[in-house]
Ligand binder design. Structure first.
Ligand code: BEZ
Ligand code: FE
Length: 334
């Protein structure tokens, strides 16, 4: 490492001179390590380590470096209030699913998480159970009857459930330039028996937005841009781990090649058809599609315990001497 300076202002900072392929990394880490925020210091240190190793391992060319900068500029330029190319990039790189898996581990009975994606909005109407959330006459009607329970099988009442899906053309409402109000989305609340039910559409597979830099990247990688048919759900209640998930239709052509890696076997479902009795009870057409599913939430305490345990195991495997602060690892310097 370069020699340390002696000025009081820069005490602890390295002398940044004559930096080479071999010593730029520890010096960059050192200059970034003057904050009292141990977590920020650790994040920056690992980021710089991996970024520099990437350049060294690939012998990154100037042209490739510039192309990457141009790519990121392009991502920024296409972002708007209703489009986030950076989340999309994180999704197609598998980072979104990885971060969700790390932060929301589940015991075997817990409903697994899936990718949030860029199409959740905060303006969905709060609807009473049984309502229809669709205004698309072209779609195939689907009744969904669901429950939300804890890991012991007890119903959880008063859970806020955000639900959203595309219309029958495979577009979310926000992708229509003439959108004047939300459609194919709503917010419901589980009743005293943990039940919620609503009318939507049989989901269809659809391409993620691919007219921007991320779409171009997929094309260069010879990857398709499709997601298998699904409905999104987000469950929130104080004291419970927020669950962001989706249910996927079995047999979809993209079931095992989702462009954003969101499918898990436990989230693949079969639809049924509504019989006469159910049709009369729920006020829907006999023969329409029926989705039945029981979701299982974990408490915040259960999740944090599991997350801590998995973090300790993973860090031990990496041979790192770490401690957890607020459930996040930082170097253990004591
Ligand atoms: C979605 O399912 O809405 C989605 C997820 C990731 C990227 C694009 C769309
Ligand atoms: Fe989606």
């Amino acid at each position: 490492m370069a020699e340390k300076t002696t000025t009081a202002a820069a005490a602890g900072a390295p002398r940044l001179l004559d930096l080479t392929i071999d010593n730029i990394t520890p010096n960059t880490i050192a200059i970034n390590s003057q904050s009292s925020n141990a977590r920020l210091t650790y994040l920056m240190s690992r980021l710089v380590t991996h970024l520099h190793d990437f350049a060294r391992e690939t012998r990154l060319s100037n042209e490739e470096w510039m192309a990457a900068i141009g790519f990121l500029i392009g991502c920024g330029q296409i972002c708007s209030d209703v489009r986030n190319e950076f989340i999309l990039l994180s999704d197609v790189l598998g980072l979104s699913l990885l971060v969700d898996n790390i932060n929301h581990p589940k015991p075997p009975v817990g409903t697994e998480g899936s990718v949030l994606g860029p199409f959740h909005t905060h303006d969905a109407p709060v609807l009473p159970n049984g309502s229809s959330m669709t205004s698309d006459p072209a779609g195939e009607p689907m009744l969904a009857i669901c429950t939300v329970k804890d890991t012991h099988g007890n119903p959880i009442s008063g859970v806020k459930i955000d639900i959203w899906e595309t219309d029958s053309s495979g577009h979310y409402d926000v992708q229509h330039t003439d959108r004047d109000e939300p459609s194919e989305r709503c917010v419901m609340e589980s009743d005293d028996q943990g039940r919620f039910w609503f009318q939507g559409l049989k989901p269809v597979s659809y391409p993620i937005p691919h007219n921007g830099p991320v779409g171009k990247l997929l094309q260069m990688l010879n990857r398709h841009c499709w997601r298998p048919a699904h409905v999104h759900f987000m469950f929130s209640k104080d004291g419970w781990d927020k669950l962001i998930t989706a249910l996927y239709l079995r047999g979809d052509p993209y079931e095992t090649s989702d462009a954003v890696f969101g499918v898990k076997q436990s989230l693949i479902i079969d639809l049924d058809k509504v019989d006469k009795e159910t049709a009369d009870k729920y006020g829907v057409q006999e023969g329409s599609w029926l989705l039945k599913h029981d979701f299982v939430l974990t408490t915040q305490e259960e999740t944090e315990k599991l997350k801590d345990q998995l973090a300790v195991e993973a860090l031990q495997k990496l041979g790192l001497r770490m401690k957890l602060v607020d459930h996040l690892p930082v170097p253990d310097l004591d």
